[in-house]
Design a protein around this ligand. Structure first.
Ligand code: GLU
Length: 396
């Protein structure tokens, strides 16, 4: 089970695309899961005002009280959640919240272990975001992948959860809206999954960072809206997507106070906390959350439509319109591509056509698919899909 930690494929591809761009190469970056737009002015101004005061000390590790309060208040307003400020920790992005949770609950000194070198099972519905199994492995966990199919609507079902469960499983990841499939779950579906998860005594890590990027009238259902399951659920949130703040690295984990307190202790031993400059930016974002979220959401919806139109035009195919997130999840078969695997296809598209995309196999646990992000600007979306179609012709 001992293996070298794996670099995140999404981050690596995005970094390659960025360094090509820095060399003056015209790159179409459809890899990055980020809304490519300036962080709203009101947020930037709040950060600059704080910088101008000039006194930038270490942060309080748990996060500024007003930011923790703003985050839990927002969860209450939007999702009916019931968290107190001290049930929320400000983290260096949502990813570090997951890292901390698994470090404590799945790592060497996990209180859930009977003996130190036991491997706890971490249940992960696939297709999954690249970092779930990777972080689970880094922490000494054993990823237990629960596959889904296009026919299941790429959704985890309570039956599949039960079937995949093994005695050492202690955690379940839920990702609603899902990166990369863009799936969102109904209230009945979430409730049914939570019921089984609690019955199996699983701790649910509910990654809800795309909750603000939903483009249908369908209700977005947070796991935090079921008070009866509060003890079993940790919600991961972030300012990255909804407020266009990816680079500021401000995320949150919300859940039981006794566990949050340990995560705070771990933060004192690692990052010390999130930069106050970024925290003040995030405080401003929450003050204007309704306007900013509406603006970012409308823009991303428009970009989604631009990408869908470009796919129709250049690949001549109709694929389902994503209801949420920033991603079109499409099979190579639907793009008319044959005789090459998705990993090779994405590597060569980046090398030969300067189009950055993320392969399903090494990114998301699903062969034959690729992920296209529509967070980029219109000209990159259109130019990128055109260049990808030209490149793909050789595999028709
Ligand atoms: N979550 C985004 C993505 O999937 C950002 C990159 C990352 O942290 O993986 O592209």
């Amino acid at each position: 089970m001992i293996s070298k930690p794996q670099a995140s494929v999404t981050v690596v591809i995005n970094s390659i695309a960025q360094s090509k761009k820095a060399q003056g190469i015209r790159v179409f970056n459809l890899s990055a899961g980020e809304p490519k737009l300036k962080t709203p002015k009101i947020i930037r101004e709040a950060a600059m005002k704080f910088i101008d005061i000039g006194d930038i000390p270490y942060p309080i590790t748990a996060g500024e009280k007003v930011l923790r309060k703003a985050a839990v208040d927002r969860m209450r307003e939007v999702h009916g959640a019931d968290y107190a400020e001290d049930e929320c920790l400000v983290t260096t992005g949502g990813k570090f919240a997951i890292y901390l949770l698994l470090e404590y609950l799945c790592g060497l000194n996990s209180p859930l272990k009977k003996y130190p070198n036991e491997y706890l099972g971490v249940m992960i519905p696939a297709p999954y975001w690249v970092s779930y199994p990777a972080i689970a492995k880094i922490m000494g966990g054993r990823p237990v992948i629960i596959n889904s199919t296009l026919e299941d609507g790429w959704k985890l079902t309570p039956e599949a959860l039960r079937k995949a469960y093994e005695a050492d499983c202690k955690f379940l990841f839920l990702n609603n809206g899902c990166n990369p499939t863009s799936v969102i779950y109904t209230r009945e579906e979430i409730k049914a999954i939570l019921e089984v998860a609690v019955e199996l005594d699983l701790i649910v890590i509910s990654d809800e960072v795309y909750s603000g990027l939903v483009y249908t009238d369908d209700e977005y259902v947070s796991c935090s809206s079921f008070p009866e399951y509060k003890n079993n659920v940790f919600v991961i949130q972030s300012t990255s997507k909804t407020f266009a703040m990816t680079g500021w690295r401000v995320g949150f984990v919300m859940g039981r106070k006794d566990i949050i307190d340990v995560l705070i202790a771990l933060t004192t031993q690692s990052t010390t906390g999130v930069s106050l400059v970024c925290q003040h930016a995030a405080i401003a974002a929450f003050k204007h959350a309704d306007e900013i979220t509406a603006e970012v959401n409308a823009l991303m919806k428009a970009r989604r439509d631009v990408m869908m139109a470009a796919i129709k035009k250049y690949f001549n195919v109709d694929i389902p319109v994503p209801k949420a997130t920033l991603y079109v999840w499409v099979s190579l078969a639907d793009l008319g591509v044959k005789g090459i695997g998705d990993d090779d296809f994405c590597i060569r598209a980046l090398e030969e056509a300067n189009v950055a995309t993320v392969p399903g196999s090494s990114g998301f646990g699903q062969h034959g698919y690729i992920r296209l992000s529509f967070g980029a600007e219109d000209e990159d979306l259109i130019g990128g899909i055109e260049a990808l179609a030209k490149f793909a012709k050789q595999f028709n």
